[in-house]
Design a protein around this ligand. Structure first.
Ligand code: CO8
Length: 260
């Protein structure tokens, strides 16, 4: 697929996806959502890519939300389709089988906050402003904000953000656990790359199973999550990488993982 609204780059082991609509602060049009789905599937299927970094172009905005200009003629049924299309993309990101790091380089509002929350790890630049402003448009969040935000920061804090619609700054986002860390904008991608490379050194299958255990575990009961963890723990013992990791430790050398 030729991308009009994205810049996609691969420097294995890292893949980079940049939403590139700076004139509208990287707002997500329908086409952008479709392009993102295609780009993420490509990253998922490329075994040389171990971690994906998602960001927005320019120094002002990560993603300023869904493209509001496309809302004008939406019917209720069309709006439902619109929300499902976005939710499908965010589920794809959350369950990619490899980590996705959101490099939040400015505004992450509405759908922008929601897409960042579907990522595995969030790093924000000092100028970031993050929020769910939908109530100010007479809407409610439609790309998973009412579900992922309370899971990340707790019900009370999520209510405050969703009901006032007011964005919070990067420092506050770090305080409440909405972002993992805040860094100067000039270092943002470099900091994300450091995290990505630290993960890329580890066993790919083990990383994948950790993602699955945490993600699926959080959506169910503790008991079910523990069963899943035990099953995946058993499964990973059948991998060559597990044998290699244990052998390398005992032989006091670095492991060479193959993703098998
Ligand atoms: N959609 C379309 N255009 C946008 C958006 C957006 N979300 N955000 C900014 N733009 C455009 C502006 O219209 C403006 O265009 P132009 O130059 O042609 O006038 C350009 O980007 C620059 O924006 P501003 O001049 O407004 O820049 P400021 O620095 O003054 O303000 C803000 C920056 C505060 C980010 C401001 O632009 C703003 O409030 N933007 C809207 C933020 C917002 O409300 N986002 C949530 C949208 S709703 C949503 O995401 C729901 C997702 C789920 C959808 C499911 C529904 C079915």
């Amino acid at each position: 697929m030729a991308y009009e609204n994205l810049v996609v780059e691969k420097k294995p082991p890292i893949g980079y996806i940049t939403v590139n609509r700076p004139k509208v602060l990287n707002a997500l049009s329908i086409r952008t959502v479709l392009e993102l789905s295609d780009a993420f599937k490509d990253m998922r299927d490329d075994e040389n890519i171990r971690v994906v970094i998602l960001t927005g172009s320019g120094d002002k905005s990560f993603v300023a939300g869904a493209d509001i200009s496309e809302f004008q003629n939406l019917t209720p049924d069309g709006a439902r389709e619109y929300a499902i299309r976005g939710q499908t993309l965010l589920n794809l990101i959350e369950r990619l089988g490899k980590p996705v790091i959101a490099a939040i380089n400015g505004y992450a509002l509405g759908g922008g906050c929601e897409i960042a929350m579907a990522c595995t790890i969030r790093v924000a630049s000092e100028n970031a402003k993050i929020g769910q402003p939908e109530v100010g448009l007479g809407l409610i969040p439609g790309y998973g904000g009412t579900q992922r935000l309370p899971r990340l920061v707790g019900k009370g804090r999520a209510y405050e953000m969703i009901l006032t619609g007011d964005p919070i700054d990067a420092k506050r986002a770090e305080e409440i656990g909405l972002v993992n860390r805040v860094v100067p904008q000039t270092n943002l991608i470099e900091e994300c790359e450091k995290i990505a490379l630290a993960i890329a050194k580890r066993a790919p299958l083990a990383v994948r199973y950790c993602l699955e255990a945490v993600d699926r575990g959080l959506n169910g009961s503790l008991d079910d999550g523990l069963v899943l963890e035990a099953n995946l723990f058993g499964l990973v013992f059948g991998s060559e990488d597990c044998k290699e990791g244990v052998r390398a430790f005992l032989e006091k050398r670095k492991p060479e993982f193959k993703g098998r």
